[in-house]
Design a protein around this ligand. Sequence first.
Ligand code: ATP
Length: 453
Amino acid sequence: MTAESMDKLVALCKRRGFIFQSNEIYGGLQGLYDYGPLGVELKNNLKRSWWNSMVYERDDIEGIDSSILTNPLVLKHSGHEETFSDPLVDCKSCKSRIRADHIKENKCPECGSEDLTDPRPFNLMFKTNVGPVEDGSSFAYLRPETAQQIFTNFKNVLDSTPHHLPFGIAQTGKAFRNEITPRNFIFRVREFEQMELEFFVKPGEDEKWHKVWTDLRMDWWEKQGIDKKNLELLEVPKDELAHYSKATVDIMYKYPHGLEELEGIANRTDFDLGSHSRGQSDLGLTAKVDKNTDSNAKLAVQDPDTKDWIVPYVIEPSAGVERGFLAILNEAFKVEELEGGKERTVLSLKPHLSPIKAAVIPLKRNNEDLVQKAKELKNTLQSKGLGRVLLENSGNIGKSYRRHDEIGTPMCITIDFESLEDGTATIRDRDTMEQKRLDISSISEYFKEIIDN
Ligand code: ATP
């Protein structure tokens, strides 16, 4: 079961401190959101899980963290200055601005008027100024994707690590797009985070690797708790491909507002490395570039056997953190009927994603012995390095259970008077609500098992 309604997710996020409207006290700023105490944990856990699977669990991928401010030349040569735009239409009646491909039946979605302008391209990149002088020569872009700085660092990484093809460079971080119509909560925003891998392969092996990465990414989303029946692969039609792509497969998820892109896996060919090599050549930064054979092509690798210079092809799985967050939240959200006509809301998050890994609850908030024992256990579990453990000293066990069900805490541990006598505590499972007593000395091991799985 999923939330099936965006309103329920938005309300939960605000009530429990996952997501807030950005700049809210001054009326907000459209298309921006802030992540609260629980949101930041879930977001970090999601990025960590991605990083683990990309960088730590493989030996052929390195990570980087590059700057957000980008030299305009990078985005000139990548083709973004010319082509990174959406078709913009103005409604002459209500003055709203709409993305042409979001218009149905030639009617303004705001007022229904058919008095619309012809579409014109609107570049989505944000500009800013670097340094104290604000003139045309000092501007820089906020990066619209994390990928470009992976390409510009290609040689740096290659020269400082022992890799040959195929190998990859991974990065997570902010990207900025001046979306014409941000909407659907955190689905389409103007400032977001991407988790991008650029996987460099020999030309000719690109189609095989495209398939490999599509399968790997579907499996990964399933491990984050997304039922495969809510995921679909969409082969992007040739006339809708981005300027750099030979083929793109989108992983689509059934969001509460409809089936939409969660991640795109593009075959970017040698477009970017080739363009940046040529870019440097045009600027006189390299002597001469013949991208298939010339060692002056800065962004190329030498085949260790044939000694030929190759500009690699690139397969790019590119996922949005916010879109992943929303899909995971939707998937985990359940309302269950309890005996006596009551209901409980549960977030059945995979434990590695849960913002709080365990809550330790003393039965009575004013009893020093109980609180002390609970604190000790909290500290022991916290020291395992598996994520945040909370001392929940509300004095109301029922309320604490409800709160932790709703925020997805996999287990609650209650310290009661028996705990002081025999050294045991009650563990309650979020999903089954089953309770059992365990020796406090064995809880660390049990905790590790639950969170690691
Ligand atoms: P869309 O067609 O929905 O605008 P896109 O095809 O332009 O998306 P890509 O350029 O492929 O998106 O970006 C890779 C990923 O970055 C997307 O799959 C998505 O998860 C995320 N992403 C892109 N734009 C946004 C946005 N405005 N808000 C949140 N996430 C985004």
